[in-house]
Unconditional design. Structure first.
Length: 295
């Protein structure tokens, strides 16, 4: 499998990936409707920027698709100005246009801003101590990650203080969802509709044969998570590295996943999978419990 998911394939996915739209994520509470005087009452405000954000704010209600006229009505911005703004925001990736509907909806760049703002730093802080203890006790690498479009992004990682060998992945590292045990675990923990939505957008970036193999790995991981609460693989992060990953869902937070990686040289592979997998599930239960107490 390590030959299958080559560095070149990962690079191609990163370059070609189109970030999906998930309108259920609310970036902030809707503000009062834009009015033209808002941009002139304060000399520090720049009118085009104020109008641009007003257009984006118009989508923060239930409607997924809006026409220029709808936006003009909600923002009190002249329709001709709205048309120029929506064209610009579409070119920049903040809106998507449907030729069939002749309407717009929020797009990938808005999500990128949202994920940056919603990195759940308190959860990361809460998890850090438990992750470091897990890494030290078990002699493994541990990381916490979430979704960034069609990638996984590492929020935090911990290296074992007792083991010199570790994984060369740092905070902020990206990896394609479909080609990563972290991504497989996260996908396995999502509702079917959301998982299907993401897979439909990942598929065009892979050749047919590669996609069939990746789907097999994704489906196998989903079966493992359903049965044991975690999935495992050997070889995807290195010839002699065993990876165990599990989905992490905390109410009101972004879907995340925890992963640990170690060498099967120290322990028979099946035993390592089982030991780390059970302990990782226990870690997730403890993290959820602590998060509930803190809330």
């Amino acid at each position: 499998m390590s030959d299958l998911i080559s560095t070149r394939n990962k690079a191609l996915v990163r370059r070609a990936a189109i970030r999906p739209v998930d309108v259920r994520i609310v970036l902030r509470a809707p503000r009062a409707p834009y009015r033209e005087q808002a941009s002139t009452d304060n000399g520090k405000l720049i009118a085009p920027i104020v109008r641009g954000f007003a257009v984006l704010d118009a989508f923060l209600e239930q409607d997924q698709w809006l026409a220029n006229g709808d936006i003009a009505e909600r923002t009190a911005i002249p329709k001709a100005t709205v048309s120029r703004l929506t064209r610009t925001l579409t070119e920049l990736g903040y809106l998507t246009h449907s030729d069939l509907l002749k309407k717009y909806r929020l797009a990938s760049a808005v999500l990128d801003l949202g994920y940056a703002a919603m990195a759940d730093t308190d959860v990361v802080s809460l998890a850090r101590g438990l992750m470091q203890e897990f890494a030290d006790v078990n002699g493994v690498y541990v990381a916490l990650a979430g979704r960034d479009g069609l990638d996984m992004i590492l929020f935090e990682n911990c290296h074992s203080s007792s083991t010199l060998a570790t994984i060369a992945l740092g905070v902020g590292e990206h990896m394609p969802i479909a080609a990563s045990p972290l991504g497989w675990a996260l996908l396995a923990g999502l509702p079917n509709t959301e998982r299907t939505y993401l897979l439909d957008r990942i598929r065009p970036h892979h050749k047919r044969d590669l996609w069939m193999l990746l789907r097999q790995r994704i489906d196998e991981a989903a079966d493992q998570v359903a049965e044991k609460g975690y999935c495992s693989s050997t070889g995807d992060w290195g010839a002699d590295i065993t990876v165990v990953a599990a989905p992490l869902h905390i109410a009101g937070r972004l879907p995340m996943a925890l992963v640990c990686a170690g060498s099967p040289r120290l322990t028979p592979q099946t035993r390592l999978d089982e030991q780390l997998g059970r302990k990782l599930v226990t870690l997730i239960h403890q993290l959820k419990k602590n998060a509930a107490v803190q809330a």
